[in-house]
Design a protein around this ligand. Sequence first.
Ligand code: FAD
Length: 397
Amino acid sequence: SHIPKVVILGAGYGGLMAAKRLQKELNYNEADVTLVSKHEYHYFTTHLHMPAAGTDKLENSYVEITKLIDEFKIDFVKSTVQEIRPEEKKVVLEDGALSYDYLIIGLGGEPETFGIPGLAEHAMTIRSINSVKAIREHIEEQFKLFKQDQTRVDRLTFVVGGAGFTGIEFVGELADRIPELCREHNIDRSLVKIYNIEAAPTALPGFDPKLVDYAMKVLQDKGVTFKIATAIKECTPEGVLLATEEEIKSATVVWTGGVRGNRLIEQAGFEAMRGRVKVDEHLRAPGHDNVFIIGDNSLMINTAIDRPYPPTAQMAMQQGPVAASNIVASIRKQPLKTFTFQNKGTVASLGKGQAIGVVGNTKLTGFMAAQLKKVIDIRWLFIIGGISLALRKGKFF
Ligand code: FAD
């Protein structure tokens, strides 16, 4: 008899959790499970602002996938997905193809530039291990180059486009790293400028205004200049041009101002809004009972406020196991589970020892929030790799 084939695309927060749930729930020979991801490692996207700024080692942001899954139960394939063909129940990889009976799509997001000219060409983005390695090396290089030609103050000007979650977290780390780099290269701190530019009327849209004020104050005290309600009109090789006609000359522009779902989603013909598919209550794509879409590729409406939930790791790691259980239920012809999101709170770090957070109705700031952030990070390490991974990669102090 035919053994159903399950294929999971992407070993991010969602895909990894789905794989772990399948390996736990499936009986011997009940299904063949293949996990496909671009790199041989799973990386902690929520941690990337640190190695990007150079405040933590890159090694603390990723772990080999084969250390996290049971290779007797899950077949891991390191490859890049090039096309999803739902009508043929097939995915095309860079080096072959896979057919499936059930598919889980968890390919994550990619930067959205909203068509702002020059951003795609001249700005860097925090999106993968390779991209943050490039940002870190680029920043360090600017200090060296400035020493060679001290008229080039643009080399000591850093522009971060976007004051959402990622932008704020990155700016906090960058502000911590700058004094270190100044000491190392014997450069006056006052020559260095950090701009955080946001088109929306507020930084951290969606956060409590009191917490937003707190966050901005912490970052301003560390030397960050905010330009809120100010759009970037263009990014050039020399820096950015703002809607106010002001030009900021900068050799480093990091764009965190927008995310969208992976483009493969639209190319597959799924009805999507910026790469996110509005899934049903069982996490299935409309019209495709065998395709489950999770994490940044999915879109769910928060009925309490009638707006989509923001794409978060928290959402992805809750959806993964439910999608997996629903595949097991589909195979066994049992009723499917309904997904409901449980908001466990949100914490944004503001650099060393500082953060803001909301847990239920409680607002947290400062040291307490920063500790909570560490607990969240370590909890993820524990969930995927047990105590040994938590001890190896967790930052306890
Ligand atoms: P991802 O975790 O992005 O995983 C997608 C996987 O698919 C990756 O392994 C990728 O390599 C792989 N992949 C992509 N394309 C292909 C392809 N073509 N072929 C094969 N494999 C592919 N969320 C929170 O909840 N809390 C936070 O504190 C938080 N902080 C953040 C900080 C930063 C700096 C950033 C950038 C994001 C943060 N987020 C946070 C958001 C969170 O990281 C994402 O929502 C989450 O990673 C989405 O999980 P996912 O499983 O959908 O995708």
